[in-house]
Design a binder for this molecule. Structure first.
Ligand code: C5P
Length: 406
């Protein structure tokens, strides 16, 4: 399944807020991902940014005037939305929000939205007082009732010098919500629990035992599951990854904390996927003070951590919960994978081939073999984001989901 904007057609409404300059970067990012972007500007928007900017970035004409004979000849306000996968309005001013709430189809953008039968995503951006005014609040409520998707603005220092809610969010966040509107929602109705990253096992206040897991694979699984319609919880050890938009994130440090976080949350989940590299051992004792180096050796006793996945295999309800584990192996991939599949009572295991330096820990790519009781499927050596999508494709196309979709 395509997991990106490639080939998607987006009507991109730009209205008259100072944040209009920011979305030039959004249009550029979409065009780079090979989306077809039809920018529709309000009159006020064109006062902030020249239409030529958007035309150059999208490589397509920009639409401004409802009554332009030239544009009507090519594509009409009805045709614009009929051909598209979604309408994204960013930044959306209080005025455009009000006009949409009351169906005031008095320019090309509002007319296009009124004529549309595709998802409409709105990113309000305005001064904090305007955003918090009951008029805007009520208008947004009306738009939500229409089924439009409102992306909450960020808080912070605004162009007007005031601080508060009303800033346009970053594209990386918004893109995830847009993808959720335009990609196939084959994980809709699924409640997914993902674990990711390493755990840290401290032995004094500043030092710990850990591993090289970057969290990239688990974060990619969480991100793609959200894009495909799932409700996602991500339990992660310390990583440098950005929390994926729309995903509930729970941060833990040690294996025991991860164990507790998983046990508190697994019961209502329909898919549990454990991509974390949990430390198998923890330090039996922890020094309250930083251990001094005035000794020639240091002997440390380690004790075993619980195998969270194995415990889940034993206690989860296999009739309604799909349990997926990961394993990092450098040889006998199939044999080792099959052993763990049986031993930990899993539905599916994703075996990570770490024999090559270009796949596995820390790097962006992965080489995964999927093993269940019926088959062994070697996935392409590709990015972790694409690997995550391939894993979901496998689960969906092999009808492994145990909970009905709505
Ligand atoms: O047995 P092994 O460590 O190779 O299994 C890896 C799988 O088990 C991964 O899915 C990992 O998240 C999980 N695991 C766990 N608890 C541990 C160790 C591994 O849940 N203590």
């Amino acid at each position: 399944m395509s997991n990106s904007f490639a080939g998607k057609r987006i009507v991109f409404g730009v209205t008259g807020s100072i944040a209009a300059f920011k979305v030039a970067g959004w249009v550029s990012a979409l065009a780079k991902e090979e989306a077809l972007v039809d920018v529709v500007m309000t009159e006020a928007a064109a006062k902030f940014v020249a239409p030529l900017t958007f035309a150059s970035l999208s490589g397509r004409p920009v639409f401004e005037d409802m009554f332009s004979a030239e544009q009507e000849g090519g594509i009409s306000h009805i045709g614009l939305s009929r051909e598209a996968d979604c309408i994204l309005i960013a930044p959306a001013t209080a005025k455009t929000i009000a006009r949409l709430a009351y169906g005031l189809a008095d320019d090309l953008l509002t007319t296009t939205v009124l004529a549309a039968r595709i998802p409409v995503i709105i990113c309000p951006a305005m001064n904090v007082q305007m955003y918090e005014h009951p008029a805007t609040f009520n208008n947004l409520k009306i738009l939500r009732k229409f089924g439009y998707h409102i992306i909450e603005p960020d808080s912070g220092l605004m162009a007007c010098g005031e601080e508060g809610s009303g800033r346009l969010p970053e594209w990386e966040q918004v893109a995830e919500y847009v993808l959720r509107q335009i990609l196939s929602q084959d994980l809709a109705g699924q409640k997914v629990l993902v674990t990711a990253g390493p755990t840290r096992e401290p032995y004094d206040p500043v030092r710990f035992i850990s591993n090289r897991s970057s969290g990239k694979m688990g974060f990619a699984l969480a991100r793609t599951a959200f894009r495909r319609g799932a409700e996602v919880t991500l339990i992660s050890g310390p990583t440098a990854q950005q929390p994926p938009a729309g995903v509930e994130c729970v941060n833990i440090t040690t294996a025991l904390e991860m164990h507790q976080a998983v046990m508190e949350r697994y019961e209502d989940k329909s898919i549990i996927i454990k991509a974390a590299a949990v430390s198998d051992f923890r330090c039996a004792t922890q020094s309250d003070e930083k251990i001094k180096k005035n000794r020639s050796s240091l002997v440390m006793e380690l004790e075993q951590n619980p195998d969270i996945l194995k415990e889940l295999g034993r206690i989860c309800d296999h009739n309604r919960q799909l349990l997926i584990g990961f394993a990092a192996e450098s040889s006998n991939i199939e044999e080792e994978g099959r052993k763990k599949l049986l031993d930990k009572e899993l539905d599916l295991i994703a075996v990570n081939d770490i024999s090559s330096a270009s796949a596995g820990f820390e790097v962006d790519n992965n080489q995964i073999t999927l093993i269940d009781s019926f088959q062994v499927v070697k996935l392409l050596h590709t990015s972790k984001l694409q690997t995550a999508d391939l894993i979901w494709d496998h689960v969906v196309s092999n009808e492994m989901l145990k909970t009905d979709r709505p």
